[in-house]
Design a protein around this ligand. Structure first.
Ligand SMILES: [Zn+2]
Length: 93
């Protein structure tokens, strides 16, 4: 497992939902971010918030209040994809 130690790729290619552990920050900051796991164990959220491995907990269910900034980035991304899919159809019609 030398490759993993010397700095392999990102652990997973899909985003996970993470938030700060209880006590790491105030309750109002414990929103659920959509984040990519980094190879050092930290998480980088879509809203560019970086959660360290020690302070983060992964959420497997649809619990907690979602981070508005992350939600917005997700919505913008899916809208771009949707527009690209719809555009040719509109021209044809
Ligand atoms: Zn966020």
């Amino acid at each position: 497992m030398e490759q993993e130690r010397s700095g392999g790729p990102i652990v997973a290619a899909f985003p996970v939902r993470v938030r700060y552990r209880a006590g790491a920050v105030g309750e109002t900051k414990r929103v659920v971010h959509v984040a990519m796991p980094l190879r050092d164990g930290d998480y980088l959220a879509l809203c560019e918030e970086r959660l360290t491995a020690a302070d983060a907990e992964v959420i497997s269910d649809l619990l907690g209040m979602p981070c508005m900034a992350c939600t917005r980035v997700m919505a913008l991304r899916s809208r771009v994809t949707a527009c690209e899919a719809i555009a040719p159809e509109l021209e044809a019609g």
